[in-house]
Design a protein around this ligand. Structure first.
Ligand SMILES: Cc1cc2nc3c(=O)[nH]c(=O)nc-3n(C[C@H](O)[C@H](O)[C@H](O)COP(=O)(O)OP(=O)(O)OC[C@H]3O[C@@H](n4cnc5c(N)ncnc54)[C@H](O)[C@@H]3O)c2cc1C
Length: 419
């Protein structure tokens, strides 16, 4: 095992390792054809412990931002891919043992090859810490204050998106008391607010994760919103951040009081109750993309009004999309939709919702719409196999939790058919 580090996750190193796999040769071949060749080269070293592969095989030629192939020629990439296929099959057949962990010198060599010779010593230190190959703390120099000083320095963080969550994790690690004020009902910021079909990152997921919480199980190279939101929620749970978050609460103002050297932060909860909090530090992590700008589309207002009138009529008539069963269970109308990819594949899904109290018609209807919209963003690859179905169930349960704000305790899957 690699050396332990002083980070919060040090005892949990196994989670950072790849999952064992038993994929067929065809699957491996397809993955190899799709992969970044410089990354493949490094993985081959980890799988074999054979550093000589780096001398024997063609190397990345140049480091270019966002070029994941290191500017390598097609023939060079083909040579590495061919060899990678053999290495990965052999690794699979050996039962996917724990990967080889290079020592400092070996890691230097790997980084040099990977970066086409551009990594300097300072970067080596940083990357080593980031990869957990050294004991250095990648988050910066040691703190100059005492634990007592820190415990008497409360901080308010506004926003619980990716930045606010990170602030919470680091403040907690430093022993600084903090409260996060978040106007939404959950963690995730941008990724909670934006849920339109196809919403996803546009940079590779490996970059879009906390360095101290890497994940190599992303379903996509450019992950979709539900998966990123799940990741952020997982991280928040792992570091137990949510007890220190005041959700559904907006910070409406902050003033610095010179005399007491404190921030006076005015907050307002969902019921309109105001309160003023005092803190020594204030971190503004309000982001940029969680406030919608609705374009002025001709006829949109009328369409919205017509939709509201229709919803009202349905509510009065008893809704077509749901039927209420005994014991607070609501059966949603079957959801039938084509997948995002391949679009000729169709899904039929029947679910029922178990409410914590009397069923709420409006919430049920919203959930029905939300599941339908979500299914249209899903690809076949995501939901294939037992693990895929589990992901789908988890995603839907998570969306229902968010939509119902805890009023639905369970989603029951009754049928699931892919055509
Ligand atoms: C579709 C999409 C794709 C993106 N893809 C990428 C990508 O590929 N790579 C990349 O680097 N970035 C991407 N981004 C940008 C993304 O917004 C940032 O990467 C990052 O998630 C921002 O995190 P944040 O915590 O700074 O802000 P946010 O995620 O916006 O979180 C801010 C939080 O503050 C809360 N808040 C705001 N004001 C208040 C207030 N007054 N009181 C209480 N709470 C408040 C908000 O409700 C929100 O939850 C993308 C954004 C979108 C919308």
């Amino acid at each position: 095992m690699p050396p332990s580090t002083s980070t919060a996750t040090s005892t949990d190193y196994g989670r950072l390792l790849g999952l064992p796999f038993d994929d067929s040769d065809e699957v491996i071949l397809a993955a190899v054809a799709d992969a970044s060749v410089p990354a493949l080269l490094m993985s081959m070293v980890h799988m074999t412990g054979d550093m000589s592969l780096l001398d024997e095989l063609p190397n990345p030629f140049m480091l270019i931002a966002m070029d994941l192939q290191g500017a390598m020629s097609e023939p060079d990439k083909a040579v590495v891919r061919e060899r990678a296929f053999d290495v990965i099959r052999d690794y699979r057949d050996r039962g996917c043992p724990e990967p080889f962990v290079p020592d400092a010198e070996q890691m230097r060599k790997m980084l040099k090859v990977m970066s086409a010779g551009t990594v300097n010593e300072e970067q080596v230190e940083y990357v080593a810490a980031d990869l957990r190959f050294s004991d250095a703390d990648e988050s910066g120099p040691a703190l100059g204050s005492t634990a007592k000083q820190r415990s008497g320095f409360p901080v308010i963080v506004i926003g619980c998106g990716e930045a606010g969550l990170l602030a919470g994790i680091k403040l907690k690690a430093a022993g600084i008391p903090f409260t996060i004020i978040e106007k939404q009902s959950g963690v995730g910021g941008t990724w909670l607010a934006n849920r339109y079909p196809g919403c996803r990152v546009d940079i590779a997921n490996q970059y879009y994760a906390y360095s101290f919480e890497p994940l190599d199980h992303w379903t996509h190279y450019f992950s979709e919103q539900p998966e990123i939101l799940r990741y952020l929620n997982d991280v928040a749970a792992r570091y137990d951040i949510t007890p220190d978050v005041r959700f559904d609460t907006e910070a409406s103002g902050a003033t610095w009081d010179e005399e007491s050297a404190t921030w006076q932060v005015t907050i307002r909860d969902a019921d309109g109750r105001q309160e003023t909090l005092t803190a020594c530090g204030l971190i503004c992590a309000v982001g940029q993309f969680s406030n919608f700008v609705i374009p002025n589309i001709k006829g949109a207002k009328e369409a919205e009004q017509a939709k509201d009138a229709e919803a009202k009529k349905k509510a009065e008539e008893g809704l077509a999309h749901i039927s209420t069963e005994a014991n607070n269970v609501v059966q949603l109308e079957p959801i039938t939709s084509n997948l995002a990819y391949p679009s000729e594949n169709w899904v039929r899904l029947e679910v029922a919702l178990l409410f914590n109290g009397p069923p709420d018609v409006k919430v049920s209807e919203d959930i029905h719409q939300d599941i339908l919209a979500y299914i249209r963003t899903v690809s076949l690859q995501q939901i294939e196999g037992p693990r895929g179905f589990q992901y789908l169930k988890d995603d839907i349960q998570e969306r229902v939790d968010l939509r119902s704000q805890g009023r639905v305790s369970k989603v029951m899957f009754r049928t699931f058919v892919i055509e």
